[in-house]
Design a protein. Sequence first.
Length: 121
Amino acid sequence: MPIHSEITSCENQLYTAIRNNDIALLDLLLHDDLLFHPPNGVVVTKAIDLETYASGNVKVSAITASELQISPIADTAVVSVRISLAGTYLGQPMDGDFRYLRIWKKFAESWQVIAGSCIQL
């Protein structure tokens, strides 16, 4: 399968995991050493991200992706995507459009997110 198709599939799995609060799938898609910067600039690790979902502090009711761009570089892929989100974070509305930058890396037979960032548009 071409890398663009593989990454598009991974991205779609990630959106499904986020929308369904699927901790097991998120655990598979995120690398153990993940570093992520949300719009507030803090550093989020995989453990922090999974705990945020597991605790119910994040609830996503809708997620729509557009403007997906994939740049393959050897065994990695840099992804830029616009995401429209609806949901809550710590009980407060979390609605809007965001631009995500994610780096996927291939390990053995699976792709995992190793880094990412997000800004609100």
